[in-house]
Design a protein around this ligand. Structure first.
Ligand code: ATP
Length: 325
């Protein structure tokens, strides 16, 4: 999948990523107290982790915590996509089991992006179905799919670069403030708009805290480094409190320090019951972090198995050696 967002990182230099950044200390800290909304942050004194955990545990519709790991919220069957005379995706079937990290890899042109776009509603399949939590979601609009709890990361659009991190979070697209979030934070009461905004702000701070980018709240998104952008993209996606998160090259352009942090966050969310499907070029990252790997080649699934099985597969080695790795 081609990566274009990093080129749009803006003229201003990214906020420096240093060891200090991991401790939450950057130039952006200086301005933290100046945020008119920073004071609204404290809610009930509970930690963001506790709040995120509560979201996981309180919503019976999400992250049900099937210990056997056999429930598959996402099922793809017989997907096919033709562009004119080109078959980009051909008879692709797989499922993604709850609470797992599944990697989707393959050489250039294998059909990963197209599959990703078919699942998230950005493209309509020529044939085949996508089911989510038992419902046929084939052909639904992207926001309808997001609202059902199947979220994807979006690259920070150019116009959003001129807004702060906090504004980016508050202005997450409608489809990204999913119904599941509203269900979980306002199950029955219909509070005033102000109350809803307060609830949203609380949730935004929880998620920013979780990703350790709360100290960047007042920083312009355009000033963020590649890794910080990826954290913001994930934070925006998590606002929906999704069941399943589809990550599109989450490690592209990310330095090793933030890559490690990003991985820790993903693993922590996975342990809490969130499910991930990750499209990624970096084979080692996928092999070392996913329990299941799907390898695509020339539009088809070449191999679907554990990292150990993938590593031993002659056909996978052949496909990669023949490709541009
Ligand atoms: N809109 C399109 N029109 C025509 N052909 C397309 C279109 N999108 C993708 N393709 C073709 O479909 C095939 C699969 O492309 P796709 O981008 O899904 O692969 P990929 O595995 O994501 O590749 P990469 O890792 O290089 O981005 C390629 O041959 C590509 O040229």
């Amino acid at each position: 999948m081609s990566e274009t967002d990093e080129s749009a990182a803006g003229e201003s230099p990214p906020v420096e990523e240093t060891a200090a950044d991991a401790d939450g200390e950057t130039a952006a800290d200086v301005d933290e107290g100046a945020s008119p909304t920073a004071g609204d942050r404290s809610v009930d004194g509970s930690s963001p982790d506790a709040d995120l955990t509560a979201l996981v545990e309180d919503d019976p519709d999400t992250h049900a915590g099937d210990d056997d790991g056999r429930y598959a919220p996402l099922e793809v069957e017989g997907l096919r996509k033709e562009f004119g005379g080109i078959t980009a995706v051909d008879d692709v079937s797989f499922d993604v089991e709850e609470g797992t990290l599944t990697g989707l890899i393959g050489p250039n042109g294998a059909g990963k992006s197209t599959t990703f776009n078919l699942i998230t509603g950005m493209l309509d399949p020529t044939e085949g179905t996508v089911r989510f939590n038992g419902e046929d979601i084939t052909g639904l609009q992207p926001h309808e799919i997001a609202n059902r709890g199947l979220a994807r990361t979006f690259q920070i659009a150019r116009e959003l670069e001129e807004m702060t991190v906090l504004e980016n979070m508050m202005l997450a697209p409608k489809g990204q403030i999913g119904e599941s979030l509203w269900r979980s934070i306002m199950p029955v009461t219909r509070g005033s708009v102000r109350e809803q905004e307060t609830e949203q702000l609380e949730r935004v701070w929880e998620v920013l805290d979780f990703f350790e980018i709360d100290h960047l709240a007042d920083e312009y998104a355009g000033n963020l480094s590649g890794g910080q952008r990826k954290l913001l993209e994930m934070a925006r996606a998590l606002l929906t409190d999704p069941d399943v998160l589809l990550l599109d090259e989450p490690f592209a352009g990310v330095n090793p320090t933030l890559e490690k942090r990003l991985l820790e966050h993903i693993h922590e969310l996975r342990e809490r019951g969130y499910t991930f499907l990750i499209v990624e070029h970096d084979m080692d990252l996928i092999m070392n972090n996913c329990e299941r790997v799907i390898v695509m080649h020339q539009g088809r699934i070449l191999k679907d198995g554990t990292p150990a099985e993938i590593k031993e597969s002659e056909e996978v080695i052949e496909a990669y050696l023949g490709g541009e790795v």
